[in-house]
Design a protein around this ligand. Structure first.
Ligand SMILES: Cc1cc2nc3c(=O)[nH]c(=O)nc-3n(C[C@H](O)[C@H](O)[C@H](O)COP(=O)(O)O)c2cc1C
Length: 325
């Protein structure tokens, strides 16, 4: 098992990434996961290629970033015909370690704009955007994909080889089709087909919620590393557990209680402007509550709070009276 992977000139160790997730993969969660250990690569949530150049990095919750959040890839979503140049210039100014292209998101808002997975309806369109990105930056370039609109091995592998040929340095593959919901088991074996077809590193993504899942996913996919989304939100120490159990990296994940980790997250949210905190706490708690048998009580208590202070008080009461799963 390789303990590191190379993305262009960048070495990532361990080969474990926190996935791009709207409202979740922000500075506070990235920092929490870094503090708990085991993460080798961070992503921002998806950012609009047209709005990015206008965002105020000092206050934007999408761009706020502390120096320790490294290496960080900024994920872009692009619609056909948009110029990526100004956004790439901005990412250079912001000190990005890499740029990721969103080719997998099926959200209706993105579909309507022809971005995310909708972009892949026309491979030449994708080729053109990747070529533009490649010409605009020397930074490592990655792409995040799903398996396609339907299971078609030739089409999937041709598409991935095309991305590699245009200069993509890393593929993150979410093992579901475009229209498949999260309740469907991801096809980790199909990620293995991609892995065998390309010479760039592949991160396997989708449905990893435990060390055992991580092990099985690596076995089935043969991927060079893993990307965790919801599993690392609900259990921000999971990457550290995987790093220790699978990659043999010691000294990770200080033993903190669930209440301590939650408090730390609330504290980290203070980086954001007050009005930006509560929504992010609610979104985090939706996943974090799953650590408790009656976690929905925690989620509801926080969901119905009108301030972070109230949510935190209620959470403290919940922790005081509840056993961890
Ligand atoms: C709330 C939420 C927001 C997401 N936002 C993004 C995003 O901005 N860009 C992206 O490529 N994928 C996004 N995803 C998909 C995740 O990156 C990941 O592919 C998916 O959750 C499957 O991995 P998991 O089972 O480890 O969560 C999002 C997923 C969730 C749950």
């Amino acid at each position: 098992m390789n303990k590191s992977l190379s993305i262009g000139e960048l070495t990532v160790s361990p080969p474990l990434a926190l996935a791009p997730m709207v409202g979740l993969s922000h500075s506070a969660l990235r920092t929490l996961v870094l503090e708990l250990g085991g993460v080798g690569l961070l992503f921002t949530e998806m950012l609009s290629v047209t709005r990015l150049p206008e965002e105020n990095a000092a206050v934007s919750p999408f761009l706020l970033r502390y120096p320790e959040e490294q290496p960080l890839f900024y994920q872009l979503f692009v619609s056909p015909g948009q110029d990526v140049g100004p956004a790439v210039d901005r990412l250079h100014q912001l000190g990005a370690q890499g740029i990721d292209l969103n080719l997998g998101c099926p959200a209706p808002t993105l579909r309507k704009q022809g971005a995310g997975c909708a972009l892949t309806n026309d491979h030449d369109q994708v080729r053109h955007i990747v070529a533009q990105l490649r010409a605009a930056t020397k930074l490592p370039l990655s792409a995040k994909i799903r398996l396609g609109a339907s299971l078609n091995e030739d089409e999937l592998l041709d598409f991935c080889r095309m991305l590699e040929g245009e200069g993509v340095d890393l593929l993150s593959v979410h093992g579901r089709l475009h229209q498949e919901k999260f309740c469907r088991r991801p096809r980790w074996d199909w990620i293995g087909k991609v892995k065998s077809a390309v010479n760039i590193p592949v991160l396997a993504n989708g449905g990893i919620f435990s060390v055992e899942d991580a092990r099985r996913c690596l076995d089935l996919s043969g991927a060079d590393g893993l990307m965790l989304g919801r599993g690392a939100v609900g259990r921000p120490w999971l990457l550290a557990d995987i790093a220790r159990e699978i990659y043999g990296l010691p000294g990770l994940a200080p033993s903190l209680s669930l209440a301590d980790i939650y408090s730390r997250f609330v504290h980290l949210l203070e980086r954001f402007r007050p009005e930006r905190r509560l929504g992010r706490l609610k979104q985090f708690t939706h996943y974090y509550g799953r650590n408790f048998t009656f976690g929905h009580h925690l989620a509801i208590a926080v969901q119905t709070s009108s301030s972070v202070e109230q949510a935190f008080d209620r959470a403290q009461q919940f922790f005081a009276g509840t056993k961890e799963v």
